[in-house]
Design a protein around this ligand. Structure first.
Ligand SMILES: [Fe+2]
Ligand SMILES: [Fe+2]
Length: 251
């Protein structure tokens, strides 16, 4: 009788997959802004907003390549449902990369030099690649978490992309929707890969990785944004203040 009031600890401590059982992750092969020009400040003629998205876009091809590699390494031995989700995740990320490579060509056509941003990404991802594969997977979980949060915000608040070049807007919304759709896949892979770990060990590793990733992600993107703005002739404390305003206050 009394036993009914004791919580079922196996329920509490055995993590469940986060991707909903009835969700089919669907790669949508679409192309954007292939035959149209994208103007320099394509987002509402605002150099700050444009620099924010351009700096993110420049990181995607290498970042998403890293996500794909780190999740794929743990695909073997996963249950069929998760293995299928990993495959769909990989297809989506590969298509995102293809479209952001094309978008980044528009950024380059506007005269922006992105070599320093690329090196920055190489340095940050290099740290994760040097360690064990499980750390790369945890880093992917952390970055996919940020991506999904940004994606949600982008779709929930239309003002973020108001005044954007239509093809660029369509690209970002398509990418955001698929990021939300597959946001649980890296984490489900991590749960499967660490199924023999204690809850404490899992918590310790993912917390440490999240702290490091948070620092590298935000400082890296801020540096990238500042670099692009400098190429617009926008520099100094005023530029940093306006960047902080854009990042923290509005939008
Ligand atoms: Fe993506
Ligand atoms: Fe993703």
């Amino acid at each position: 009788m009394f036993i009914r009031f004791i919580p079922d600890l196996s329920e509490v401590f055995v993590p469940k997959a986060t991707t909903p059982a009835d969700l089919a992750i669907t790669p949508r092969d679409r192309r954007f802004a292939r035959n149209t020009a994208v103007r320099r400040w394509w987002l509402a003629d605002d150099p700050y907003a444009t620099a924010f998205y351009n700096a993110l876009s420049v990181t995607f091809p290498k970042g998403e390549g890293f996500f794909v590699d780190s999740v794929r390494r743990f695909r073997e031995g996963t249950p069929p449902k998760l293995a299928g989700e990993i495959n769909a995740f990989i297809k989506q990320e590969v298509l995102h990369t293809r479209e952001h490579v094309a978008f980044n060509r528009h950024v380059a056509q506007q005269g922006y030099e992105t070599k320093r941003l690329d090196l920055d990404v190489d340095r940050s991802l290099g740290l994760a690649k040097k360690g064990p594969a499980i750390i790369a997977l945890a880093t992917t979980c952390a970055l996919e978490h940020f991506t999904a949060m940004l994606a949600h915000e982008l779709i929930a608040n239309p003002r973020h992309l108001a005044g954007a070049e239509p093809q660029a807007r369509a690209l970002w919304l398509w990418h955001a929707a698929e990021e939300i759709e597959h946001k649980g896949v890296a984490y489900d892979t991590w749960l499967h890969a660490t199924r023999d770990w204690s809850r404490l060990r899992r918590w310790a590793v993912k917390s440490a990785v999240m702290m490091g990733t948070t620092w590298l992600f935000f400082t890296g993107r801020a540096r990238g944004m500042a670099d692009l703005l400098r190429q617009d002739g926008i520099t100094g404390p005023r530029a940093w203040a306006r960047m902080a305003w854009y990042a923290v206050v509005r939008p």
